[in-house]
Design a protein around this ligand. Sequence first.
Ligand SMILES: C[S@@+](CC[C@H](N)C(=O)[O-])C[C@H]1O[C@@H](n2cnc3c(N)ncnc32)[C@H](O)[C@@H]1O
Length: 471
Amino acid sequence: MALYTKAAEILDKVEQKKGAVKTLVYDSKFQNIKQLFALVCETQKYSAVLQEIIETTRLLKLTNLRQHLAKVLVYDLLIGQGIKCGGSWKAMMLKHRSRLQAALARIKVKQKVSRNQDLLPPNVQRNNDVDIPRYVRVNTLKTTVEDVIDYLKRDGYSYQGMASQLEDLCSLSGKTFLSDLHLRDLLVFSAKVDFHDHYLYKAGHIILQDKASCLPAYLLDPPVGGHVIDACAAPGNKTSHLAAIMKNKGKLFAFDRDTKRLSTMSTLLLRAGVTCHQLSNEDFLKVDPLSPAYKDVKHILLDPSCSGSGMVCLHDGGSEEQEQDPERLKALAAFQLRCLNHALKFPKLQHLVYSTCSIHTQENEEVVSVCLEKNPDFSLIHLLPEWPERGRDPLTQCLRASTTKTFTQGFFVAMLERQTTRNSGSLDEQTPSKSEPTVGEEEKMVVSVEEQLQPPAARKRNRKKPKKQKS
Ligand SMILES: C[S@@+](CC[C@H](N)C(=O)[O-])C[C@H]1O[C@@H](n2cnc3c(N)ncnc32)[C@H](O)[C@@H]1O
């Protein structure tokens, strides 16, 4: 009962723009966060279909249910697990089941969807009928890829080797799985596989992380024993990935200003066997780059709060044209730019990865472009030449990811490198960065950046970019 009420409450708040799904779910204090998150996301995904069913059957009138509660119940009854809890609601929904099923069948016929197939929500572009595969990152702090593959084979899964092309990733069905073609520690399954109750997940041997979200740590690739900052770290999937790459050696400073998210993160890191980290409940913008504690930090991962517009479960189709509050976007871009400028002030910094799960140029290429203008000591590294989706012109050194081209969530990654050759002195003599603009200046820059994206100086700098390429 509580599950459905909570889910309906969250959908209502999302509609009223009171917060993002993830935050609202985390803040709900519901005991089974994953179950709640899945139900909210799925109901959102099928929202238009559910709405049509509710309207054509006049369910609200017949039952006195409120809109969002009706959607959640209809979702679980017709598309989800079947209503498992819910007492009197269950009885009521079962009373209307045949009417609801008939409405669903009519929509399917209208959409020409075969009875055996899942119903494609009309407002969701799903990779020309392909779901995003389920990605599983092997936590090499606790196990090896080979051991996980062996375990899964014994558990009835069938390993098909390494994918040879991207399309292989969405050709999986049942219990078949592949190794990813880009990331060695990543296994790929059909979208229908769920590992939340699997032993390997509960024991921290595998991390359920979308492929695109694995890119930042993989590309930053900090050395074993290095000093690294994860600036906006919670809930910590990228932190645990960084720790795995660093083999738990060195220092991993992780900041987040949200206490609750940080405490979730602490549990997740414990389960993942991460020990090289130091968690701080701190605003990254207030961390002193000149503090002796960070004097050896050469790598920073910056994955700041963003609009989340790339997360397909939160949006219908991920189209840039979809409605987005321009004031919110502007504020987010200004915040992201401040974080980026701040991060570049760490005196020994060599490499920084900036990422968002946003599809908006304003939070991605524009932030990076304006930052590079202000910080001429840094330039972009051309990432993964074989990656099919690039940053918007002219920032094609960066990566984008999407459901349609890379079969992942929508994502953006840029990697900045300090240009050592341009300065005569050693890194120790370099000043962190140019004078930082005020918040007001940044906001102005973000607003006007469309016109000045890729000014001549930046163009020149990009041509001179180091040849370093990740592969
Ligand atoms: C996109 S999430 C990070 C996800 C994380 N990197 C991961 O992979 O699990 C952004 C995080 O930034 C945190 N945040 C926002 N503003 C911050 C600030 N000024 N300083 C530190 N953390 C901040 C938010 O609380 C949120 O947890």
